[in-house]
Design a protein around this ligand. Structure first.
Ligand SMILES: O=c1[nH]cnc2c1c(-c1ccc(Br)cc1)cn2-c1ccccc1
Ligand SMILES: O=P(O)(O)OC[C@H]1O[C@](O)(CO)[C@@H](O)[C@@H]1O
Length: 419
């Protein structure tokens, strides 16, 4: 029985062009990587572009074009080879094979090759006939692809629609009921789940069932400056300082200015300083213990200077590997990521939302949306008296920082160079 660390899964995407396969691939990769699961996307389109060149007209995708078909098969084989090498050399856990994979023959070849290397296969098919979503996809991601550089957008969209027609001729939807698969129908209107088993496959399926593409904005703000911030003390459950209360007073106007009268949900931690910061906000509120600040164990209520004096070796070790360092009787940033996973899952389900939390907990959530590496996560700049706005775009997030003109201490500690 393979234990979890030996499990290797290939998520094989299935779907016509412009059905969000790369969107889904990049989201799964970002989510699993954030959780600490080694994940990589293998995009066959990219291999085709490197092998056969860019700006291919739709005739290149005509299945009767035997020369082009050979080049496309060559690209699929090269991507498969790299994927298997990655599992073996990089000790990967989840690979995502991002291509149309629209025929039974292609899927059988993939499944056979992967089974021969003891790699489980989860097919993920996206079925979507909603013209609006498809056109949004083409506009958002296709027209900016290297294939259409310098081409008039209307001609490009028309050419892409003809490319899709060529694929439709030979497309066979997933009906292999002995395969493990999930069908995503019309962006989450319906799911068909077949023979999904195991912890990791179920986690991936559950994540996909929480995604949507409705427009949304996510705001993050730390609590206003607290008494402990003024004394350079960490942890605790202190009240706001006078300047922190002024920030709480100013927050509603800033939010209304950017949100208008659209609905908003406000989440705070269970600590006084975030609840006090949200006091004047007239929106539904939810207090999450999971949003509470990093637990600093025996160092709670101490200043960094006192920690350096009392626990010099811990203090030095923390900066050597800040993501994995766990306070005595407390938490590490890695522990925080796992504690925050249910919050991230709920965030994916929501639309407009304001989260009032803490320096370390916001760093972890910000890193999920902005695809930060684990070693840069604990050094993300999340200043006091600043609202961070994230707008999810096709494959990433647009960010804006709104600084409120009320002074506050700077709690940022840069990485100390190793002595
Ligand atoms: O089903 C689609 N059809 C066309 N497009 C699509 C999708 C999805 C999608 C599909 C399933 C799930 Br669970 C979540 C999103 C995302 N997108 C997308 C739209 C715009 C830009 C980039 C990607
Ligand atoms: O990981 P860092 O940089 O010490 O930041 C986390 C610290 O930030 C604070 O929220 C404010 O200093 C502390 O309560 C917490 O321990």
């Amino acid at each position: 029985m393979a234990t979890r660390q030996d499990i290797r899964i290939a998520c094989v995407m299935v779907g016509l062009p412009a059905r969000g396969k790369t969107y889904i691939s990049t989201k799964i990769r970002r989510y699993l990587t954030w959780l600490g699961i080694k994940t990589q996307v293998f995009n066959v389109g990219g291999y085709r572009q490197r092998l056969a060149g860019l700006n291919k007209p739709h005739t290149f995708f005509d299945a009767n074009n035997s020369d082009a078909m050979n080049q496309r098969k060559e690209a699929a084989e090269a991507a498969m080879k790299d994927m298997i090498q990655w599992f073996e050399k990089e000790k990967g856990t989840v690979a995502i094979y991002d291509a149309t994979n629209g025929t039974r023959e292609r899927r059988a070849w993939l499944r056979q090759e992967l089974a021969a290397h003891d790699i489980e296969v989860l097919f993920i098919e996206s079925l979507c006939d909603d013209e609006k979503v498809i056109l949004a996809n083409i506009r958002d991601v296709k027209l900016s692809s290297p294939d259409y550089e310098g081409i008039n957008p209307d001609d490009a969209a028309k050419d892409f629609m003809e490319r899709i027609e060529h694929y439709k001729e030979f497309y066979e939807t997933l009906t292999e009921d002995d395969y493990t698969y999930i069908k995503l129908i019309d962006v989450g209107k319906q799911y068909v789940i077949n023979k999904v088993h195991g912890y990791l496959e179920s986690k991936i399926v559950y994540y996909l069932m929480n995604l949507h593409v409705r427009p949304k904005r996510i705001w993050f703000s730390r609590h206003g400056e607290s008494q402990f911030n003024l004394e350079d003390k960490i942890g605790g459950d202190a009240d706001l300082s006078p300047r922190g209360q002024m920030y709480a007073d100013a927050l509603p106007e800033l939010i209304e200015k950017h949100l208008g009268d659209r609905p908003l949900t406000v989440w705070t931690s269970s600590m006084k300083r975030t609840i006090q910061t949200a006091r004047h906000l007239q929106y539904p509120k939810k207090h999450w213990k999971a949003l509470d600040e990093l637990n600093t164990g025996v160092c709670d209520g101490m200043t960094y200077q006192e920690i350096e004096e009392q626990y010099p070796e811990d203090f030095a070790r923390r900066d050597e590997d800040k993501f994995n360092y766990r306070y005595r009787g407390g938490e590490s940033y890695r522990d925080l990521v796992l504690r925050l996973e249910p919050v991230i899952m709920e965030l994916e389900r929501h639309e407009n939302i304001l989260i009032i939390a803490h320096q370390a907990t916001i760093r972890c959530m910000y890193a999920y949306f902005m695809n930060l590496e684990h070693d840069e996560l604990p050094y993300a700049r999340i200043p006091l008296h600043t609202v961070i706005e994230l707008v999810p775009r096709a494959y990433g997030c647009e960010e804006k920082f709104y600084k409120v003109n009320i002074e506050a201490v700077d709690t940022y500690r840069p990485k100390v160079p190793p002595r």
